[in-house]
Design a protein around this ligand. Structure first.
Ligand code: ADP
Ligand code: ZN
Length: 727
């Protein structure tokens, strides 16, 4: 690609020219029509030779902010990125777009690395990704001195912050870039953006003069859902996946390696493809699981939080937490790995009393110095508060990042299933007194037993059946009491002992509640609420008649991807395939208008995808005469042939024959009973199952599964037709 000259030499009209150039690259290379968020201004800022600090949510489009200026400006754009996997993905994707990109990291052998260095010295690279530790070597700084540098991009810039949760010592060194290369524009990018992290980035990287760009942090396509673990988290998880994300790719986070293994085994037992990922596995196994996650459809990774930071998979449809993240930043970051492509996704979490107790203890016990301990505790407290909210989660989340949402979002659990709160002052006083009167030396289970007036040996041993608090809490059951204790710990009215016995102590904060000066509103715990259906823009709003086309496109994409040894989404995102289904482009010109199709991809893939569309259209026109082929089936059926016979006679699949007959049933040409050989009871069972579903959502699959696969799809289709014939 041709480049423009350095800013010191350019005039006003040249600036305008460069802006045109940026827009035209957006179109021709990346295949997008418009810039998003602040992309255009940020790009301009760098083209002009100035610095920028960019805070943009995951999936917001940070990469373009340095990729385009690297192409426009003279020289090579140097991108510092902390993770090898992430570099490789980006480079592969750029190469697919026809951009000369490469990376240098420890995964390369000496010869390949040397080769890349040569390309760099010859000025052949538009972009070079490097790991921070390599960048700081004398050797590499020496190379940089000999080439033209377009810009420095510091990706995942929050790694420089000790306040943040991904601190990397190597990042601190990056401030020398400014000292060594003061004239080269720098851009620091992150998706984490609480105030302290933001300030640390600016200070440590000496970016005080940089313009700050903050985009909204909302991820509207992510549905937040947090539920209380009442001892059945595993089952709840399974149901969540089966009901809302069958066949989708997702990540399940657990705290320990052991739990990771258990959950992965268990999901696998239930017929899902779930792969473990944690530091205890060999590099080879980890890599293999990661590759499958990227390259195959519908893989679930069960992982410790170590997984995911370097993974840029756009079509992760859910992120599930079986443990509480340590902070809201971590929660936002981890859940942010869902739905990068902008299509509907879910962030699901289960947490319970045990998590609260464990995390409290872990923090108290940590080796961190007093300041960091206080920071950690403060963060955990915010996270707990977030879990116990009775108001919109998204509003709270955004507020935490100094962002703002006017109205409740309508796409989180508290919006969808409003939580009732109740005045729990008196009940809380009972819980607090119970702990106090028994000497602040017991854990939740014991305290609940005392409140309920249980007759146990331990209680008698301690003589607590004689205290005034014995049996004063019979109006609630044990489960409800546990929920009360969880909320009181979460609100810091109780502290948990450091020794690890889970003993509860009263905190300073509980005074006003005990004295009745402050009334306490707590969540009314409901039975596990049924999740309502996903209302957001659905992933696959594809018409029945287009399913075949959709599948054909996916098949083709998969074939291309494995030929090139890249993940399918590097060829095209789901969103592009959906657009193909919707618009059915038949010419190169039409194809080039699709989102995500630039010149290179048009040239590489246009023809084959277009021809798939054309085949589909021809096949559909020939079924224009559906009536004819349906009529033929009907006649054969009337002449006494059964379905397998008609199928073999006509050289069609039985499913197709069922389809024809179902149409005939719906149109009243034959009766259901003539086609299906079922008892009245069986038929009404199936009919009722259909009728229980909302009218516009009576999927064969749902009924098939609801009835445990007792009835074949063909039969279901005919029975469904019989219902539709009436309505
Ligand atoms: P981030 O690094 O901020 O998480 P990416 O740079 O990976 O986000 O971009 C997320 C997705 O959005 C990518 O698939 C990218 O190609 C796409 N994208 C970025 N900018 C635009 C744009 N202006 N128009 C359409 N899609 C875009
Ligand atoms: Zn909401």
């Amino acid at each position: 690609m041709d480049h423009f000259v350095h800013r010191s030499l350019i005039s006003k009209s040249e600036t305008a020219l460069m802006q045109d150039k940026a827009t035209s690259l957006l179109n021709t290379v990346f295949g997008y029509t418009e810039f998003r968020h602040h992309q255009q201004t940020i790009i301009q800022q760098l083209i002009d030779g100035n610095d920028a600090v960019v805070l943009m949510p995951t999936g917001g489009g940070k990469s373009l902010c340095y990729q385009i200026p690297s192409l426009v400006r003279d020289g090579t754009g140097i991108v510092i990125s902390p993770l090898i996997a992430l570099m490789q993905d980006q480079v592969v994707a750029l190469q697919q777009l026809g951009v000369n990109a490469a990376y240098l990291n420890s995964s390369l052998d000496a010869k390949s690395a040397q080769n890349i260095e040569q390309q760099l010295l010859r000025g052949e690279l538009d972009l070079l990704y490097v790991a921070p530790e390599r960048l700081m070597t004398n050797h590499f700084l020496g190379l940089l001195n000999r080439i033209k540098i377009a810009l420095f991009a510091i990706d995942e810039a929050h790694c420089v912050s000790q306040w943040g949760h991904d601190f990397r010592p190597d990042y601190i060194q990056l401030s020398v870039l400014h000292t060594h290369f003061p004239a080269i524009p720098r851009i620091a990018l992150t998706a984490t953006a609480d105030g302290p992290t933001r300030r640390e980035i600016i200070q440590r990287l000496a970016l005080e003069k940089a313009e700050l760009f903050v985009s909204g942090f909302d991820r509207p396509n992510i549905r937040y859902h947090i539920a209380q673990n009442q001892g059945n988290a595993r089952n709840e998880l399974l149901q969540f996946i089966q009901n809302e994300h069958a066949n989708d790719a997702g990540i399940v986070y657990c705290l320990s390696r052991k739990k990771v293994e258990q959950i992965a085994d268990w999901l696998t037992e239930k017929g899902l493809t779930a792969l473990p990922y944690h530091a205890g596995l060999s590099t080879q196994v980890r890599q293999q699981h990661q590759q499958r996650f990227l390259n195959e459809d519908g893989i679930i990774i069960v992982a410790t939080i170590a997984f995911g930071m370097g993974i840029d998979k756009p079509d992760v449809r859910f992120v599930a937490h079986l443990n509480l993240p340590k902070s809201i930043e971590a929660y936002y970051q981890e859940t942010g790995r869902a739905g990068r492509d902008g299509l509907a996704a879910t962030a699901w979490m289960m947490y319970g009393l045990q998590d609260v107790i464990m995390l409290r203890q872990m923090m108290d016990n940590s080796d961190a110095d007093a300041i960091h301990k206080r920071i950690e505790q403060h963060k955990l407290q915010s996270m707990l508060g977030f879990c116990e909210l009775t108001t919109c989660r998204r509003q709270a989340l955004l507020k935490y990042f100094d962002d703002h949402l006017d109205k409740p979002c309508g796409n989180c659990d508290t919006c969808l299933n409003p939580v009732e709160s109740w005045n729990a002052t008196e009940i809380s006083q009972k819980a607090l007194s119970c702990a106090y009167k028994t000497g602040q030396r017991f854990g939740v289970s014991y305290l609940v037993d005392v409140l309920l007036g249980k007759d146990t040996e331990r209680i008698r041993q301690f003589q607590h059946h004689k205290t005034s608090v014995y049996g004063i809490g019979k109006e609630l059951d044990a489960k409800q009491w546990r929920s009360i204790f969880r909320q009181l710990i979460a609100r810091n009215l109780f502290s948990v002992d450091v020794e690890g016995h889970g003993n509860l102590r009263l905190t300073e904060q509980c005074r006003s509640v005990l004295r009745g000066e402050e009334s306490l509103m707590l969540r009314k715990e409901t039975k596990q609420t049924k999740q309502s259906r996903q209302t957001g823009k659905s992933t696959f709003n594809i018409h029945n008649s287009d399913k075949v086309l959709w599948e054909a496109l996916r098949e083709h994409r998969k074939a291309l991807a494995s030929e090139r040894n890249v993940p399918p989404f590097v060829i095209f995102h789901d969103a592009t395939l959906m657009e193909i289904v919707e618009k059915k482009p038949q010419t190169q010109q039409q194809f080039s208008m699709l989102t995500g199709v630039g010149e290179k991809k048009l040239q590489s893939y246009g023809d084959t995808f277009i021809s798939i569309v054309q085949q589909h259209l021809t096949a559909n026109t020939s079924t224009k005469s559906t009536t004819d082929t349906q009529e033929e089936t009907l006649q054969l059926f009337k002449s006494g042939l059964n379905i397998p016979e008609i199928a073999s006679h006509r050289n069609l699949k039985p499913a197709t024959i069922y389809g024809h007959l179902a149409n005939s049933i719906q149109q009243g040409e034959i009766k259901l009973e003539q086609v299906v050989n079922l008892t009245i009871n069986e038929i009404s069972l199936v009919q009722n199952t259909f009728l229980d579903l909302p009218e516009n959502d009576r999927k064969l699959k749902s009924v098939y599964e609801a009835l445990d696969g007792q009835f074949d799809y063909g039969l279901l289709q005919c029975i469904k037709a019989s219902i539709e014939g009436y309505t």
